[in-house]
Design a protein around this ligand. Sequence first.
Ligand code: C5P
Length: 224
Amino acid sequence: MKKNKIFVACDSPNISKIKEIINHTKNSKLKIGYKFGLEFLNSKKGRNFVSNLKNYITFGDYKFNDIPNTCAAAVKAVQDLKFNYLTIHISSGLEALKAAKKVSKKTKLVGVTILTSLDNKELKKIGFNRDVKKLVFHQAKLAKKAKLDAIVCSAHEVKIVRKIFKKEIITPGIRFSKSKNDQKRILTPNQAYKNGSDWLVIGRPITKGNIKKNIQTLINHLGK
Ligand code: C5P
């Protein structure tokens, strides 16, 4: 049977916490990749730590969001880290996506749609009046046009994105415990896979508290 694929969000500025996350999430039941985001990659030792990682599936969650020239230059600037996956905000625009894709080589370029921490109410506050599902669908079309390798969206939008995007779909905003934290568009791991997610991104529900125990809780949930 195919293993469920999970990116563990390694969100801490602390090297020993990151090592603990990596060591305690290893298991034979799940296919695990490690996602490093703004918090760790901008910490003093973060970049160097990632440059020394070997034989892991790695995900550089920089969420580049800039003009075409800067996005492409940034993709090149992190090429030495040999990430398997690297993110750019689709709202950077089609030209920026194309420019970044042109130089991303073996690294899969992942387009980030509307953040899972935003719902329709929050979107209105920043001037977006369209329904979140429609916005995500619109952005997925742009990602397809730019020939991106994967899309990040919430598990609620996977079915609609799948209609036009046939490559990998990665979904954060996953919860199998009570706490939502700052996330708004959430679903459980089983619901997300059922909707067609290829990879789930899970951070705090795994990394807070007893990591091994949390992994076991996740495995039990997936077995239901
Ligand atoms: O702790 P939690 O499971 O909420 O972590 C989710 C991770 O996914 C965080 O690292 C966050 O930066 C990232 N992410 C997200 N929503 C997106 C894109 C990335 O939550 N749309």
